[in-house]
Design a protein around this ligand. Structure first.
Ligand SMILES: NC(=O)C1=CN([C@@H]2O[C@H](COP(=O)(O)OP(=O)(O)OC[C@H]3O[C@@H](n4cnc5c(N)ncnc54)[C@H](O)[C@@H]3O)[C@@H](O)[C@H]2O)C=CC1
Length: 500
């Protein structure tokens, strides 16, 4: 959920190029010289005999922030490559598995018609590099699965020493790295948002053990995958633009990580000190971090369990910061959800998990007097409870109206806590809403229930729960007059990816 959390925001959580030079991932002869580029090019695959005998293009992001502000000119070829790379976590945004060789992973693309997707429309004000990047993206986006597979195949064939640093098995976050690169490429002309997005990503990568020297391996493989699949739009100029962009992206991430290193650990160890099974598949897990863990109510953390190394999942904090420093999460075990099942069915007091840094901006704006309209679906009630506690702790009490949705009365696992809070705080109202069964409370879907009350146009809205609820909730709230910039939620894309 490394993403802006208002509905009005765009993205969430990306040298020089000697465009005439070719890296190790390309054939020893340029395809254009000896064959049509859309033909089967299995002979292009990386293999020992095709490892180049000359250095690669300079995807070399290491340097200082000052370098980044200066346009980077094409530089000389880098040193020995690939090889003698130190171990550490690759700059991936999520776990990944790739057992296939590149030639098995993906065949050459067909029927690629760039420019059809309006997301890649080129604004009139776009810089020349942005135009080139968007053309490539329009071409590869429809086949991004293949490009991603090929990218990871390249990475793990050429850099097998990086493979053990990824989780053992493939999962839903497989394409996060690629999506992050595409998001950054779309933002390339918007320096402020780009820097914010990539800085967060760079800080978040510290927990993977990512080092500056890992970025070139990823950059080379990215360019390799684009070279293979952007058959209609790739050119020397396009390659140079991608090399410049990737170099800029990685530099921002490296700088942000370096700055963060001065003030925060890369991760925290946290001991499970409480484990309460509220339903057969929902647990409230309470942990004690090994050092202070500053965060804001409404944020979330990445969590790694000892049973699934390097598989990280996001969970919202279920309480505002506490004086005893403990943190709690509401976890629902979902089918095939490794981390959630482990936390619900396996974790016990004494187990130690790892936490990434806090993230997310679904936080209370204490400079405002507006009321808070909160929709929490299922375990999405966890950060809503934290927001309520935050308002209570802050002292200047505002009207808070909570709609708590669940499938059945039985699934309202935290209703007692919420009703207790409502009895204690006269400014708080809590309304349970049951979608699929008999109830003494409100029946139906959360957005429909909210429509029955109001008016809400003077409220700030907070939504937390399943992606479908957030989508329909935002539509409903905009429809009843809450401007989209006053509606906050975590990134729907990240929520969908993290639903394990
Ligand atoms: N920060 C956040 O946004 C958080 C999100 N979550 C997410 O919340 C979900 C919780 O799962 P469960 O407890 O199984 O919830 P669930 O699937 O049982 O849904 C709970 C309630 O949400 C509402 N809802 C669900 N789908 C809807 C739709 N398409 N349109 C309108 N309303 C809908 C209904 O009222 C339903 O009863 C998970 O996907 C989890 O990742 C959990 C914690 C924090």
């Amino acid at each position: 959920m490394d993403a802006p959390t208002t509905t009005s925001s765009a993205g969430s959580d990306g040298s020089g190029g000697n465009s005439g030079d070719w890296g190790w991932f390309t054939p020893s002869r340029k395809p254009a010289e000896d064959q049509p580029r859309t033909q089967d090019r299995t002979q292009d695959r990386p293999s020992d005999e095709r490892t180049p005998n000359r250095p690669v293009n300079p995807v070399r992001p290491v340097g200082t922030g000052a370098d980044r502000r200066t346009p980077v000119e094409p530089g000389p070829a880098s040193g020995p490559w690939p090889g003698d790379r130190p171990a550490g976590g690759p700059p991936a945004t999520g776990p990944e598995e790739q057992h296939q060789r590149p030639d098995e992973a993906a065949s050459a693309p067909h029927d690629v018609r760039p420019g059809l997707d309006p997301r890649f429309a080129v604004p009139e004000t776009a810089s020349p590099d942005a135009v080139l990047l968007r053309r490539t993206m329009a071409e590869i986006e429809p086949i991004s699965d293949k490009v991603t597979s090929y990218f990871y195949a390249l990475l793990f064939v050429q850099h097998p020493e990086l493979r053990p640093l990824f989780p053992a098995a493939m999962d839903a976050q497989r394409d996060r790295l690629f999506k992050a690169v595409l998001t950054a490429a779309r933002l390339v002309d918007d320096n402020d948002i780009l820097t914010e997005f990539l800085s967060r990503l760079g800080r978040g990568h510290r927990k993977y053990g990512t080092q500056p020297e890992h970025y070139p391996a990823v950059g080379e493989c990215l360019i390799g995958a684009l070279t293979r699949y952007a058959v209609n739009t790739w050119s020397d100029e396009a390659e140079a633009a991608w090399v410049r962009a990737y170099t800029q992206f990685s530099q921002i991430m490296i700088d942000a990580a370096a700055e963060d290193e001065l003030i925060a650990p890369a991760w925290w160890h946290a001991e499970v000190v409480g484990h309460e099974l509220r339903t057969p598949d929902i647990a409230v897990v309470t942990v004690r971090p090994d050092q202070p863990y500053p965060f804001l109510a409404g944020q979330y953390a990445s969590v790694e369990t000892p049973w699934w190394p390097r598989v990280w999942r996001h969970y919202s904090f279920a309480s505002a910061p506490r004086s005893d420093g403990l943190l709690s999460f509401h976890v629902k075990a979902v089918p095939a959800g490794w981390v959630s099942s482990a936390l619900v069915h396996r974790a016990r007091p004494g187990d130690v998990i790892r936490l990434g840094p806090p993230a997310g901006s679904m936080t209370v704006d204490h400079s405002s007097d507006s009321g808070l309209l909160c929709l929490g679906g299922g375990t999405g009630i966890a950060p809503i409870k934290a927001l309520v506690e935050d308002v209570a702790d802050y002292g200047r009490h505002r009207t808070v109206e909570v709609f708590y949705g669940a499938r059945s009365d039985h699934d309202l696992y935290d209703i007692d806590t919420m009703l207790r809070l409502a009895r204690k705080h006269p400014w708080l109202a809590v309304r349970p809403v049951v979608s699929d069964g008999p109830t003494n409370g409100l029946s139906g879907q959360l957005p429909d229930a909210v429509r029955q009350y109001g008016p809400w146009n003077a409220f700030d809205a907070y939504l937390s729960g399943p992606p479908g609820m957030i989508r329909s909730g935002v539509d409903a709230l905009v429809g009843i007059g809450i401007p989209s910039h006053r509606i906050r939620h975590d990134s729907i894309e990240e929520l969908a990816a993290a639903a394990e």
